[in-house]
Design a protein around this ligand. Structure first.
Ligand SMILES: Nc1nc2c(ncn2[C@@H]2O[C@H](COP(=O)(O)OP(=O)(O)OP(=O)(O)O)[C@@H](O)[C@H]2O)c(=O)[nH]1
Ligand SMILES: [Mg+2]
Length: 85
């Protein structure tokens, strides 16, 4: 089991490549809904694990950027520990 865990909140402006960056890092497509595919937009928050080595794991939270889905965005980022900021 890894000894160090980090969380990355992939939050930001709509269409700025959050989901693309998540996919590039983890090979996980966090836009899985049919509507997300059709509109090329994130609607739900999703998690993508990234195990870097035996001791070091990252959990990426990819959240929507469109203001209409701000509740999903807040739900995703609200629990991120900000004490290191
Ligand atoms: N040219 C260019 N296009 C990019 C880049 N990153 C993403 N895109 C394109 O921009 C579009 C939106 O990318 P997404 O990764 O879905 O953007 P997002 O920030 O997750 O969008 P929302 O979750 O809807 O806020 C897609 O068509 C991507 O192919 C980049 O670095 N360069
Ligand atoms: Mg997205």
């Amino acid at each position: 089991m890894a000894e160090r865990f980090f969380t990355i909140g992939m939050a930001g402006h709509i269409d700025h490549g959050k989901t693309s960056l998540t996919k590039a890092l983890t090979n996980i497509d966090t836009d899985r809904l049919k509507e997300e595919k059709e509109r090329n937009i994130s609607i739900e928050l999703r998690y993508a694990p990234l195990k870097l080595n035996e001791d070091f794991e990252v959990s990426i939270i990819d959240v929507p950027g469109h203001e209409r889905f701000i509740r999903q965005m807040v739900a995703g980022v609200a629990d991120i520990n900000s004490s290191y900021l």
